[in-house]
Write a protein of this length. Structure first.
Length: 126
C-alpha cells in the first residue's frame, strides 16, 4: 500500500462501502459505493491501468496531484492538478501516469460486471 493511500485510509473509518485494492499500477481506495461511487486512485510514476470500458458507468477523473494522460480510442487528454475529464459509458479508456499521481474518481454505481477489458488500438506492438 502506498504512503498516500495509508494516510487517506487512516483518516477514514471502515464502513459498508469502504475498501482498498492494490494494483500493479498503484492503489485504489473506495470511500463510497451506493447510488454513486467515489474513489482515490493513486498511480505510480510511469504506470498505466488496462484499457477498458464500462457498459453503464459514467466516470469523472479529477487530478489532485501529479500529471496523467486520460486516453480514449481516439484522443489523449493531458490532465494536471485541478483538471478533470468525464468518460461516458461504452467509451474505452485508460489512465497513464507521467509522474506519481492521485486522482479523485467519481462515477455512477460501481459493479464488478461493469468493467470490460479490451485491446488498446493505439498500442499495437507496444
Amino acid at each position: 500500500m502506498s504512503f498516500v493511500l495509508k494516510i487517506l485510509a487512516s483518516k477514514l473509518k471502515a464502513g459498508k462501502y469502504f475498501y482498498t485494492k492494490l494494483h500493479s499500477w498503484g492503489d485504489e481506495l473506495c470511500i463510497v459505493n451506493n447510488k454513486y461511487c467515489a474513489k482515490f486512485m493513486v498511480y505510480k510514476s510511469g504506470e498505466k491501468d488496462r484499457y477498458h470500458y464500462h457498459p453503464t458507468r459514467t466516470e469523472t477523473f479529477f487530478v489532485l496531484t501529479g500529471r496523467v494522460t486520460l486516453k480514449t480510442s481516439t484522443i489523449h487528454y493531458l490532465l494536471n492538478p485541478g483538471e478533470y475529464m468525464t468518460v461516458e459509458p461504452c467509451i474505452p479508456h485508460r489512465v497513464i501516469a507521467h509522474k506519481s499521481s492521485v486522482i479523485l474518481l467519481t462515477s455512477t454505481h460501481n459493479t464488478q460486471d461493469d468493467h470490460i477489458y479490451v485491446n488498446d488500438p493505439l498500442m499495437k506492438g507496444k
